[in-house]
Design a protein around this ligand. Structure first.
Ligand code: ASP
Length: 342
């Protein structure tokens, strides 16, 4: 059997940080590799690209996504799989963004990081990195890549990237997929949940996209939110789409000023996407009168998408230069396993 060839993209994050007088600071890739001699025991051929300045993932943005996409696209034909080392704070957003930006992906892109830096006495980085490499190298019975999508591999689970959410800042199992089954379990063995793995519908070459449009806003509702605040947010200069975080099954106030503000924004051409504040479940706009009023005002259902997926899907669709009507149409269609439409 040929040696698995895995390409690592190192962006920064705790996994490669070291303690300095000013707190944890990103360090370079060699520090990481020097500290994980076990990688050699896997017998894989490893290639790598590291960000010129590794970053804390709180500084992630679409320009950095482009660097990751380019590194993967430039090496796509030469490697079996890809591991992206990333801070945990915005890892769910990046994994989601990559799932849209790497259209027709047929190889694994495995995003991982750690809660404690490699080099700390008690750390989770070594295990997460080794597991991610093994997940990226896994093949199915036909010798094809087991995973043909972007995933997060972290501690005990493999999770679809665009279904993931960071849900604890202290626990080692930092990510959860609330609305879709885990794709794999990492314990004594690495087992994959085969019926739930994504398989691209078309056999086309990888189509990297590097024009995400960040003209998106998240409007978080709460009881008592003021008219001035809602109107000011909807009037944000340059904004083309809003992810509205609603209550329960996709509900919002039915006060006239609120519905008028939303309706006017939609008439002005703003795309308003309904995503519930609940981690589990989704938006069923037609279930309650309060949600139905939103549908009548022109709000689009986000079904069971995460907020991360709503934001990134909008950035992707807007970045493709589609018309408002086309964007609205695609929002209702699952593209890369990011939502379930009954
Ligand atoms: N602040 C760090 C980051 O997201 C946290 C981590 O890596 O876990 O880059």
């Amino acid at each position: 059997m040929a040696k698995p060839k895995i390409f690592i993209v190192y962006t920064g994050g705790t996994i490669g940080m070291v303690e300095t007088a000013d707190g944890l600071q990103p360090f370079n890739f060699n520090h990481l590799m020097d500290n994980v001699p076990k990688i050699g025991q896997l017998g894989y051929e490893i290639g790598n690209y590291q960000f010129p300045q590794p970053i804390d993932s709180s500084n992630m943005n679409p320009q950095y996504y482009n660097q990751i996409v380019k590194a993967i696209a430039d090496n796509y034909d030469d490697y079996d799989g890809f591991v992206v080392l990333h801070g945990t704070d915005t890892m769910a957003y990046t994994a989601t963004a990559l799932s849209f930006m790497l259209q027709n992906l047929r190889k694994p892109v495995v995003v991982t990081g750690s809660q404690l830096p490699i080099g700390d006495t008690r750390e989770d980085g070594t295990e997460n990195l080794i597991s991610a490499l093994q997940v990226a190298a896994a093949k199915d019975g036909n010798g094809d890549p087991m995973l043909q999508e972007v995933v997060i591999s972290f501690q005990d689970y493999v999770i679809r990237g665009n279904r993931s959410t960071k849900f604890t800042s202290t626990g080692f199992d930092a990510f959860k997929s609330f609305n879709y089954p885990n794709l794999g379990t990492i314990d004594l063995h690495i087992d994959f949940n085969k019926p739930f793995l994504f398989r691209p519908q078309v056999n086309e070459p990888l189509e990297p996209m590097m024009t995400m449009d960040p003209s998106v806003l998240v409007l978080f509702l709460f009881p008592g939110i003021t008219e001035a605040s809602v109107k000011a947010q909807l009037a944000t200069p340059g904004i083309k789409a809003v992810v509205m975080r609603t209550f329960g099954a996709g509900n919002a106030p039915t006060e006239k000023w609120f519905l008028d503000a939303i309706g006017d924004a939609v008439k002005r051409g703003l795309i308003v996407l309904n995503i519930t504040q609940c981690a589990n479940g989704g938006d069923e706009q037609k279930r309650y009168y309060t949600g139905d009023m939103l549908a009548q005002a022109g709000v689009i259902s986000g079904y069971d998408m995460t907020c991360e997926a709503g934001v990134m899907k909008l950035m992707y669709l807007l970045g493709k230069g589609l018309s408002t009507d086309q964007v609205k149409q695609y929002l209702g269609v699952p593209m890369v396993g990011e939502m379930t439409v009954e």
